[in-house]
Design a protein around this ligand. Sequence first.
Ligand SMILES: C[S@@+](CC[C@H](N)C(=O)[O-])C[C@H]1O[C@@H](n2cnc3c(N)ncnc32)[C@H](O)[C@@H]1O
Length: 217
Amino acid sequence: MRQEINLLRSIQKPKRNVALRQNSKSDENIRIAREYGEMYFDGPREFGYGGYLDDGRWKGVAVDIVEHFKLRKGDKLLDVGAAKGFLVYELVELGIDAIGIDISKYALEHCKPEIASRMNHASADNLPFLDGSFQCVISLDTIHNLDRNQAKVALREIQRLSGGRSYVKVDSYHTPEQKEIFESWVLTAKFHDYPSGWLQLFDEASYTGDYFWTIIE
Ligand SMILES: C[S@@+](CC[C@H](N)C(=O)[O-])C[C@H]1O[C@@H](n2cnc3c(N)ncnc32)[C@H](O)[C@@H]1O
């Protein structure tokens, strides 16, 4: 049954300049970030990542995912919101039959060339695959980019494809102080909540997979 687990523990928590983001944040920057184009991935930090590059960090995450779900060579895995496919690449290196979907045409066009044929354009709330098609479905820092209703649909989609062998990581906060920091940082998330609010949404979506929180500190 549902388990809270940090499958990104191998990655060092990024240091974020919250004050700088707060000063530069505007409705226009949010609008541009939500286009998930070049500005969001590879433009200045005010619009998103400030350069979404493969620095090798996904190798350890791929190992931890394979171990946690006891995946075997040839097992099928879907990454929802796979961006440029860095994690898909590392999973394929481990023998997993991984594919990714993302809403960003820019990310798909700039994905790692080795896995380009494994990357598809789709939205998390309408996954074009048959029920139970995957041994595992994961979605990192993506579901919160949908509004609450769409996020519920996306969670149902992940459940439909994975039968609960799945993992989502979403924006959250444990205290009012963390919530305040988060709100001064966030650009793209349309739904975020305390863990209890997310767990309520998981129940509503009948989502039984595993999960963890992205906390800005
Ligand atoms: C914060 S990034 C996370 C990327 C990657 N999973 C990671 O952890 O590095 C959010 C990703 O969600 C994608 N995205 C946003 N809305 C989406 C949707 N409705 N369906 C699928 N992907 C979406 C964006 O294009 C972007 O690649």
